[in-house]
Design a protein around this ligand. Sequence first.
Ligand SMILES: [Zn+2]
Ligand SMILES: [Zn+2]
Length: 259
Amino acid sequence: MQSQIQYFLAILAISYTVLLGIYFLFGKIITFWNRHLGCSKKIQSKTSSEVEIKRDIVQSVKSLFFIALMLAGGIFCQRIGLTLRPTHLTPLNSLLWFLVSMFIFDTWFYWGHRLIHTKVLYRQIHAWHHRSITPSVWSNNSDTLLDDLILQSYFFFAPFFLPIPAAILIAHKIYDQITGMIGHSGYEYSAGPLSRFPFLLLGVTFHDQHHESFNYNYATHFSLWDRLMKTIHPAYDRRILDFEKSPVDLLEIEPTNES
Ligand SMILES: [Zn+2]
Ligand SMILES: [Zn+2]
């Protein structure tokens, strides 16, 4: 029993350290890139204030602990045999598992996100995340714990309904952390044919428009559910096309405050 507790605490410590490390290291890299290396495709004309960035960082440190707790909990339960038995990992099925996990999480995220946008739940659970109308790379994990419990609990529950190898679940969480941060960075990095109709990948503009316009673009990895449910922002595809055509600024950029 004691060794199991130690094992759980070790997974939790590693998960939290890795997620926190990515948050600060990658956040600094993206901020540096935006400021000094000339990604000029800014999506909104405004930038986040120092106060907003500090608020988001403080909340993210708490929120990432809770996300690490859920990921570590899922891996631990699988390890002690409380979940489905994971399949043996091979190079071919690892790619397949990754794609399956992305699709199922995207479905989980889309419908969970729609749920917390309802009047009953929004104010208590999700309004905090929407305090950033112009998000920055630091906004990705600025969530309440209840928000994480709904949107991120996939990483706890997945081993209970999928025989997913732990390595894939961890790789997916790392991928989600990185792409989520890029999705809040405020600069369009991935405009291209695959990010617009009829393809389903996303540009940074996708989630930026969710913060700016609120009632559109609920998914996180693909535009599939938003296209099917007609919640995709009416200007999303056109905006991506504009960014593709224009190698220079589409907006006048104010000096950035991002630290
Ligand atoms: Zn939202
Ligand atoms: Zn967001």
